[in-house]
Design a protein around this ligand. Structure first.
Ligand SMILES: [Ca+2]
Ligand SMILES: [Ca+2]
Ligand SMILES: [Ca+2]
Ligand SMILES: [Ca+2]
Length: 452
């Protein structure tokens, strides 16, 4: 008697999103906002009215967050420890002459960097880490008119000393002003932050998805553009699997112009005009769908997991917040993230009782089609064997295989880089005492994480 052996392959990806960031390939400089973007980041003084658009820095007694702006600087553990990483700031001061800032009365500005592992919980606490708080590596005060339209070298990260992970940058503006500034993050071939950075300054081996790529994430900040009406900003945001809903927030868009949410499988339009789902544009001094400065947001039920894109189109001279999910960092450049595909075969369509089968399972990091390619970390493949087979052996050259009670668990030893693949072989024997035809369904699940 012959039995049919069928296989079902199930692929599940679980990307853990901790407060960290990731990278880009060599064509995507790690600069915030990205070079050529119409948008600026702006950090307002607490004395600026809520109508300016900076809920995060506005005092809590007025309904604001009473805190600071936070940006995460992700140094993956694949970064070579001997290569210094420079954090450079463009126009970090308030400066009347260049027209870059909006100044009523100038004051100092403060930038502070914190080591990896410092707690950052923007969803519930926009005031931590605090000035000079735990984890602080350096705090620098810039006096008005001290830097202007130049890059200043703010801090040098020595990975060998302070380690890999997510560094946190805090921005604060004193006086009565909106400070516009830019951020660059990478290595250099000289001490001058104002000439062109060397090639691959954010990706030392020059190859995408190898785990040495830097990236920048936004926890709390505001945006503005002064180019033309309207301009559109795309942010990338990860939606974790298994959530009943997610909520996206924006603040003080003054009713213009539009917000569009794109799920991973939606056809994407960077102008936000077609496809996706229409978001609610916030009015002045309020969050979207709210009548005041308390978040309400747009709720999306049963969201497709993966990388979403949010397009915000807004008129000139309108400062605003596009927060997405409150507790999830957002990226202006596509961050490096993996995508694994799994294939599986036993090479036969029918098998006899007592026959030995070899299940060959191969998975490949092909990227996810939305973000930049990135390595897959913590790869674990779980194969639940059918009831009518007995485990005999597992061959896994790049990791360890264990078997217990009909479940085979393969744990890969290292990350799987972009375009890399891995194969394991599981040998089983079909129950020799079977007397009737059965279908044998073998289900494998692949879990992995991105660099966040
Ligand atoms: Ca400035
Ligand atoms: Ca230089
Ligand atoms: Ca690389
Ligand atoms: Ca506004």
């Amino acid at each position: 008697m012959q039995r049919r052996t069928t296989m079902m392959v199930l692929l599940i990806w679980i990307v853990a999103l901790l407060l960290s960031v990731c990278s880009q390939d060599s064509t995507q400089a790690v600069e915030l906002p990205p070079a050529g973007s119409a948008f600026r980041i702006q950090t307002s003084s607490p004395t600026r009215g809520l109508g300016v658009g900076d809920w995060y820095t506005y005092p809590t007694r007025g309904g604001g967050g009473g805190g600071y702006h936070y940006i995460t600087l992700h140094v993956p553990c694949g970064w070579p420890s001997g290569i210094p990483i420079y954090v450079d700031l463009y126009h970090p001061d308030l400066n009347y002459s260049s027209g870059f800032d909006e100044i009523v009365s100038a004051g100092s500005t403060v930038f502070e960097i914190y080591r990896p592992g410092t707690s950052l919980n923007p969803a519930t606490n926009p005031t931590a880490p605090v000035p000079n708080g735990s984890g602080s590596l350096q705090q620098t005060t810039y006096n008005p008119d001290s830097v202007g339209a130049n890059w200043a070298r703010f801090y040098t990260i020595d990975v060998g000393t302070t380690g890999c992970g997510s560094y946190i940058l805090r921005a604060q503006t004193n006086g009565h002003a909106d400070n516009s500034w830019r951020l660059r993050f990478g290595t250099d071939n000289d001490t001058n932050p104002n000439n062109a950075p060397p090639a691959n300054y954010d990706n030392p081996d020059g190859n995408p998805g190898t785990g040495d790529e830097l990236s920048i994430g936004m926890a709390y900040t505001t945006y503005q553009q002064d180019v033309s009406s309207p301009q559109c900003l795309t942010i990338y945001e990860y939606v974790a699997p298994g959530q009943p809903s997610v909520t996206f927030h924006n603040f003080d868009m003054d009713g213009n112009e539009r917000v569009t949410y794109y799920a991973p499988s939606d056809a994407f339009d960077a102008s936000g005009l077609t496809g996706g789902s229409v978001g609610t544009v916030s009015g002045g001094t309020r969050w979207n769908n709210s009548t005041n400065a308390t978040r309400v947001g747009d709720v999306i039920n049963s969201p497709e997991p993966g990388w979403w894109r949010i397009v915000s189109c807004i008129n000139t001279d309108n400062q605003f917040i596009q927060e997405g999910q409150s507790d999830v960092p957002e990226y202006l450049e596509p961050p490096p993230a993996p995508g694994l595909t799994l294939s599986k075969t036993d090479g036969v369509g029918f098998a006899a009782p007592g026959e030995v089968l070899n299940y060959t399972l191969t998975f490949t990091n092909t990227g996810n089609g939305i973000t930049a390619p990135g390595p897959a970390y913590n790869v674990v493949l779980t194969d639940t064997l059918p009831a009518d087979v007995s485990f005999q052996n597992c061959v896994a050259p790049n990791g360890t295989c264990t078997h217990s009670g009909g479940t085979v668990i393969y744990t890969r030893s290292g990350p799987l880089n972009y375009n890399g693949s891995d194969t394991i072989t599981i040998t089983v024997q079909i129950n020799p005492s079977l007397t009737s035809s059965v279908t044998l369904t073998n289900t494998a699940v692949l879990d992995y994480r991105d660099g966040f």
